[in-house]
Design a protein. Structure first.
Length: 425
């Protein structure tokens, strides 16, 4: 085979597809899950802090460290198998113990994450969950346990993956601060398939919680958006009835437009992330291939009734904010056009006034030119008369001499002034 150079990222990109395998979970087992996110600037956080926090946990169990700058890790810590993943905004920890407590969803099972280690976390808990994985029994037994473990009003339960298991949750936070999931696995279901179900349940909860951050942000923004909407409507009303000066209105519209654009820019990432997380939640539910259990609501039904309205609110707010921004821009352009037209009319009036003034100035100039001809002629006649006074010795009087030269001198001055004006024009 002819040698060929590989792209420097070829192997890294190919291996990335296999870098985050599903966990292996053999029933019975207990899965504890934790997602941590910084409250602000989570995307731009120092990711080394996430890795240092993981290493602190591994050191407590004498476990092997991950590679430098790793974004995922899997290994044994004590009696738990740990999976750690670093995401764009958050990190997740999944710990699996191959046993179950007599007490369902025992808070002590979460002690794989020590309290002091949790306190030192470089972020805040977005969600935490406990998954109880047990052997599947009869439907009546499952129903009895679900009534003991969950709130019936919000319980979602379904057969998944061609009846390989029954999974259930009420998506409520229990007194210990965790979400609860129950997974009843049928005999013959492999450990890897069970692990995939567990992974998908954890992802549904994580991305549901992350997408609901967008809903919380929208609730904070609604009063501000409402005020901006009211202000914009009032300004447009003033544009219609001409109750305010256009220049003042234009400044108000520009400030409103800038505020809306700033708000849209500040929320653009959260809106985009909410849409992406919603798509993941729906996709994870879809791949479970749910079938109804005893006629109850499944995960898709729960999300349609409880989750989808919140996401629709986020999307409608995003559209509303964009529509307000577009309205402000259009109103500003219309008002700017009106101001330009008015200014053009003012400029036209000013030009007409200048034309009238120029015409008056020209007339005045002609008048002044006539007077200047007279004045120049007066002095020119005097000079010419003095020049011709010697002729009075021949018997011509000075008066006759002055009278004789006046007309020629006046004509000469008038002709000279006319030629000068023509040259200047």
């Amino acid at each position: 085979m002819t040698p060929i150079d590989d792209h420097p990222l070829r192997y890294a990109l190919a291996n990335e597809l296999h870098a985050r395998p599903f966990p292996v979970a053999a029933m019975p087992c207990t899965v504890v899950f934790l997602a941590i996110k910084k409250s602000v600037a989570a995307v731009a956080r120092d990711r080394r802090e996430d890795l240092d926090h993981l290493i602190d946990l591994l050191d407590r169990h004498g476990a092997q460290h991950p590679q430098p700058d790793a974004t995922h890790y899997a290994g044994q810590i004590g009696r738990h198998w740990l999976k750690w993943e670093q995401h764009t905004e958050f990190v997740t920890y999944t710990a699996i113990a191959q046993n179950v407590s007599e007490r369902a969803f025992n808070p002590a099972d979460f002690e794989v994450f020590p309290p002091d280690w949790l306190m030192a976390s470089p972020g805040q808990r977005v969600t935490s969950a406990m998954v109880r994985v047990v052997e599947r029994e009869g439907d009546e037994v499952i129903k009895s346990k679900l009534l003991d473990w969950f709130e019936p009003e919000s319980l979602a339960v379904a057969r998944v993956l061609d009846d390989a298991a029954v999974c259930a949750s009420d998506f409520r936070i229990d007194p210990a601060g965790h979400m609860r999931f129950a997974l009843f696995v049928a005999n013959g279901t492999g450990r890897r398939r069970t692990g995939r179900i567990v992974q998908r349940l954890c992802e549904i909860e994580t991305y549901k919680a992350m997408s609901m951050l967008g809903f919380a942000r929208v609730k904070q923004l609604m009063p501000r958006i409402g005020k901006l909407d009211e202000k914009l409507t009032r300004l447009m009303g003033q544009m219609t009835d001409n109750s305010a000066q256009p220049d003042e209105l234009l400044q108000d519209l520009l400030s409103t437009s800038i505020e809306l654009e700033t708000l849209a820019a500040q929320c653009s990432f959260r809106f985009g992330a909410t849409g992406a997380y919603e798509a993941i939640v729906n996709q994870r539910i879809e791949v479970l291939r749910e079938e109804r259990f005893e006629g109850g609501q499944n995960f898709a039904d729960f999300m349609m009734r409880r989750y989808d309205p919140a996401i629709r609110t986020v999307k409608s707010t995003e559209r509303r904010l964009q529509a307000l921004s577009d309205r402000a821009i259009r109103a500003g352009e219309l008002l700017r056009t009106r101001v330009d037209v008015e200014r053009s009319a003012q400029n036209q009036a000013l030009l007409e006034s200048m034309d009238r003034r120029a015409d008056l100035a020209l007339r005045l100039q002609h008048t002044v030119e006539g007077l200047s001809v007279v004045a120049i002629s007066y002095y020119a006649v005097s000079l010419v008369s003095y020049l011709l006074y010697p002729l009075t010795d021949t018997g011509i009087s000075k008066g006759m001499l002055s009278a004789a030269v006046t007309i020629p001198v006046v004509l000469a001055v008038w002709f000279a002034v006319r030629r000068i004006r023509k040259r200047l024009e």
